[in-house]
Design a protein around this ligand. Structure first.
Ligand SMILES: [Zn+2]
Length: 308
């Protein structure tokens, strides 16, 4: 069985790479429901919940019983597509390169591109095709980026409506696990579970999990220093009891399991990030600066090859 799966994976990878995907080209499906920008740097950003397209002929998702109340959500992540496009513009302007972007333009009422297929589509056959298109393009983006650069960063970009105006960085660890890390836990089960597990496969300088999540040189701390409060970070390493915090969903779990992918989920707050065009750009500039710093500090990617 394992052999068959491996063969399937290998042949799928060849299929993905066989097509001539041109950097700088945007691909759309026939209905313009899914968008794929082929980038030329080791960063893949997916935007599953920012869509505004609401075709009346498509039924609204209605399968709460499949998901359980807590996980069945139909709210749009407002202005996350705009945020991803601002990030692309800043990369182009400041570094002459572009990230890979995979965007769902359909409203989340029609499809949830951050869930496994049954809950995502509520069994609608047409939506199942859309689900496969979106995830095939995310797989393609990651395959192209890792083939070219050896490793890639992966970010699943969202928006939260929680009261605390801060970025929630989801590394697929629970609040209890973040707390354990603060108390010195560095065991293999946490390293195996965290969405930056592939970083720890090399880690020649023996940076600890605690330092990677909330040390002075962690992504969250750098974003906080750039004016965007983040959890986890040095000042806010663990959510307080009762704080709402998204720790990462289907996409970040699925895509950071792939070899050579290092990533996390970013849940953006509204105030100062998504509430004006000026603020999209302020966030984008901080994100671009700090993700580049992460790439050069913590990956084996040759930064001089980026954009080539
Ligand atoms: Zn979301």
């Amino acid at each position: 069985m394992k052999k068959i799966l491996l063969l399937l994976f290998v042949s799928m990878s060849f299929a993905v790479l066989a097509q001539d995907w041109r950097s700088g080209t945007t691909y759309l499906d026939e209905n313009k429901w899914t968008e794929f920008l082929v980038g030329n740097m080791p960063l893949v950003i997916t935007v599953p919940h920012g869509g505004y397209t609401n075709p009346l002929e498509l039924p609204d998702r209605d399968c709460r019983e499949l998901a359980g109340n807590a996980k069945f959500v139909t709210a749009t992540d407002t202005r996350t597509v705009e945020l991803a496009k601002a990030i692309d513009s800043v990369f182009k302007r400041d570094y002459g390169c572009r990230p890979y972007l995979v965007i769902c333009h359909l409203r989340r009422k029609k499809i949830d591109q951050n869930r496994e297929i049954d809950i995502a589509t509520c069994g609608n056959e047409e939506m199942k095709k859309v689900w496969y298109t979106w995830h095939n393009w995310a797989d393609t983006a990651i395959a192209l980026a890792t083939k070219k650069y050896g490793q890639t960063m992966y970010i699943d970009l969202h928006a939260h409506g929680h009261t605390d105006q801060r970025l929630e960085l989801g590394y697929t660890l629970t609040t209890e696990e973040l707390q354990a890390v603060q108390e010195g836990a560095e065991n293999t089960s946490l390293i195996d579970k965290v969405s930056i597990r592939n970083f720890f496969k090399q880690n020649p300088k023996k940076v600890s999990l605690k330092e990677m999540l909330s040390g002075k040189n962690s992504f969250g701390t750098w974003m906080a220093e750039s004016g965007f409060r983040s959890i986890p970070s040095a000042d806010e390493p663990v959510p307080y009891a009762g704080d709402k915090y998204f720790n990462g969903g289907y996409n970040v779990r699925r895509y950071t399991m792939l070899p050579n992918v290092i990533g996390w989920q970013i849940e953006t707050n509204n105030k100062g990030v998504r509430d004006s065009e000026e603020n999209y750009y302020a966030f984008a500039e901080a994100f671009v600066k700090n993700i580049m710093r992460f790439i050069t500090t913590y990956t084996k990617i040759n930064a001089s090859k980026i954009g080539k």
